[in-house]
Design a protein. Structure first.
Length: 243
């Protein structure tokens, strides 16, 4: 299958999931997660009409942003982010999906103000593992999310778009997405502008759309199985410093 065919297939899955959920297909966006894949693949998908692309490693994002500076696309950063790399990510114009602590919000806000241009962010929620333990994929504990959203919304440089999460690796994603949707509703009551929900990947996008996702993040179903087995969520590496 070609990349363009994969794009049509994934878009058809999203549209079908939206209709099944009684939602408008146009209300669910697609973020193509291009991590590990070459810039030329991004170019092909961009030519096929895909506009939003995501990366989870800072160096890879920065390299592709340079290589693809001539392409009209929007970058998103979906990996865990250290504060000392936050300004470099902000300068690419990327939407940051992984704000999970006040200190990172503060650093991104400062970068935005120095650039004179807002940084759009999602607050990442840790939905936990099957036994309720922290999932080690980043994300704030659900109980900490409303206050973190208040912090983000109170900055001059950040625009809160909504919540982001990865479902637990094991088991049915639906209950986790339902908890995420309830939390998103609570955040939206305080911050009506934060109406987006970044959730769902190749294996669980239908469940995420059923729960209200407005942006699904798809890698494998578009590009194929990744050549590198680890690093997907950097979960085999020590948790980055909270600084
Ligand atoms: C890699 C990644 C995805 C895409 O996962 P696939 O299963 O390949 O579709 C989505 N979100 C995040 C945060 C990722 O790191």
């Amino acid at each position: 299958m070609s990349l363009a065919e994969n794009l049509r297939t994934v878009r058809a899955r999203i549209d079908a999931a939206a209709r099944t959920a009684g939602r408008a297909p146009a209300d669910v966006g697609l973020l193509a997660v291009s991590k590990t894949w070459p810039a030329d693949d991004v170019r092909v998908l961009a030519a096929a009409g895909q506009h939003d692309f995501g990366e989870n490693r800072v160096q890879e994002l920065l390299g592709k942003a340079v290589d693809l500076a001539d392409v009209d696309l929007r970058w998103h950063f979906v990996g865990q982010l250290q504060r000392n790399k936050a300004a470099a990510v902000a300068r690419t114009g990327a939407v940051v999906h992984s704000v999970d602590r006040p200190a990172l919000a503060t650093t991104l806000d400062r970068a935005a103000q120095e650039m004179g241009r807002p940084v759009e962010v999602f607050v990442q929620v840790d939905l936990g593992g099957p036994e309720g333990e922290a999932a080690a994929r980043g994300g704030a504990a659900p109980v900490a999310v409303p206050a973190l959203c208040d912090t983000v919304a109170g900055t001059a440089g950040l625009r809160l778009r909504g919540l982001m999460a990865v479902a637990p690796r094991e088991g049915d994603p639906a209950p986790a997405f339902a908890r995420l949707a309830a939390l998103a509703e609570r955040v939206r009551a305080d911050h009506p502008e934060a109406g987006e929900l970044s959730a769902g990947m190749s294996g669980d996008l239908e469940a995420a759309v059923a729960a209200g996702a407005t942006l699904v993040r798809v890698g494998t179903a578009l590009f194929g199985a990744r050549p590198l087995p680890c690093g997907e969520f950097e979960e085999h590496q020590p948790r980055e410093s909270q600084q």
